[in-house]
Write a protein that binds this ligand. Structure first.
Ligand code: NAP
Ligand code: G4F
Length: 348
């Protein structure tokens, strides 16, 4: 019998890569998505549009992290072996504008799911395994560099505070109820599927559009913040590995390299033979009330116990995103030349 996985946040960046990975491993994959008035399945359309074998092993169900009864119904319908909780209001800047909503989805939403998983485990007798998408944002105002699983948390945003709550709840369900529950403390991971309001994708989208004459300026906030950026495709493999171990635990997943937003800008614009200083303007709207200055992860534990290490480095990641976004900009150029009005991303 194939294993069954349930993924919340299936329509997001990580949900799409994790679905591909699990389908390739022979899993049946069920995803929880929110009802929306517009299509939100662009990142996973390729998994069910083709009449492949995958088509019958991939299914979407409606659900919301704020609807505990609905989550219970989904669990009893799907009867999963593994549950991956990737759903979140995941944008840090937005969490300052919507702190309560972010807290409800990220913190209470995770608790809703943990409770549903515990009851489902107890009533079905299945040894269900749970993955929680924890974040390096929890380290916030860092007390040491690099950060490990033992580094204290010091969250600096409503999003990070909510992730700390969800992280501790996950540990507590492991200790209090013997749930096989793991947290991956993932550092920033990007890809051509990254949301366009996160800084790396905002930069690759803008630089490629500038190159093709579709955009004149790029407005950004703090260029000095440093992040440990990896490739999302590598990071979802770590999620799966955590749930295949003998015992549940928490792991830092990172590349061990950190770069500033300014360095990322320089790299991306130079790949397109452009000077970023001709196009970038600083805009206060993109500054945060409290900033995380530097993140740099030490993933030694994952390397030693999971045999995990990243395959794509920083420069390869930037090149992959630029290559993808050049194609996107070329398609936009063709539409613009044919007289269609284009919408641009509002940024965030
Ligand atoms: P993402 O692209 O923003 O995807 C978030 C997903 O959550 C989307 O599918 C979204 O659905 C869904 N969602 C939001 N609110 C929901 C709700 N109330 N009920 C059900 N689903 C809801 O995020 P990502 O980059 O894939 O990240 C995946 C997870 O890892 C998130 O929990 C994030 O906080 C965490 N994380 C990410 C990183 C990173 O660098 N990417 C690092 C550490 C941790 P819609 O499509 O309908 O909006
Ligand atoms: O790309 P960002 O918005 O990502 P951030 O805040 O690090 O959060 C991401 O990674 C976390 C893991 O550490 C995840 F948990 C979280 O869900 C999310 O995926 O911003 C990166 C840096 C920040 O310091 C920000 O201030 O870029 C700086 N920045 C400068 N100008 C900007 C901009 N960020 C955005 N989004 N937009 C700007 O114009």
């Amino acid at each position: 019998m194939p294993k069954i996985a349930l993924i919340t946040g299936i329509t997001g960046q990580d949900g799409s890569y994790l679905s591909e990975l699990l389908l390739a491993k022979g899993y049946r994959v069920y995803g929880v998505m929110r009802r929306s008035s517009v299509f939100t399945t662009q990142r996973i359309d390729h998994l069910y549009q083709d009449r492949h074998e995958e088509h019958v092993r991939f299914k979407l169900l409606y659900g919301d992290m704020l609807d505990p009864m609905g989550l219970r119904r989904v669990l009893s319908e799907v009867r999963p072996d593994e549950v991956y909780n990737l759903a979140a209001q995941s944008h840090v800047r937005t969490s300052f504008d919507q702190p309560i909503y972010t807290g409800e989805v990220v913190a209470i939403g995770t608790l809703n799911l943990l409770e549903a998983v515990r009851d489902y485990r107890d009533s079905s007798g299945k040894d269900v395994r749970f993955y929680q998408a924890s974040s390096s944002e929890m380290f916030g105002k860092v007390s040491e560099i690099p950060q490990t699983e033992r580094t204290p948390f010091y969250p600096r945003s409503p999003y990070a505070c909510a992730k700390v709550y969800a992280h501790h709840q996950t540990v507590n369900y492991r200790e209090a109820y013997s749930l096989f529950a793991c947290s991956g403390i993932l550092f920033n991971h990007e890809s051509p599927r990254r949301g366009e309001t996160f800084v790396t994708r905002k930069i690759t989208r803008a630089a490629t559009r500038v190159k093709l004459g579709l955009q004149e300026k790029l407005f950004l906030g703090n260029l000095e913040a440093k992040r440990d950026w990896g490739f999302a495709g590598d990071y979802v493999e770590a999620m799966w590995l955590m749930l295949q171990q003998q015992r549940p635990d928490d792991y830092v997943i990172a590349t061990g390299e950190t770069h500033s937003v300014r360095e990322f800008l320089e790299l991306v614009f130079s790949l397109l033979d452009l000077d970023w200083q001709d196009y970038v303007e600083i805009d206060e709207r993109y500054m945060r009330p409290a900033e995380v200055d530097i993140l740099l992860g030490d993933a030694s534990k994952a390397r030693d116990l999971l045999a995990w290490k990243p395959k794509v480095n920083w420069k390869e990641l930037a090149a992959m995103m630029v290559e993808h976004d050049v194609e996107l900009a070329q398609r936009e150029r063709t539409l613009a030349d044919a007289g269609y009005a284009l919408t641009t991303n509002a940024g965030s």
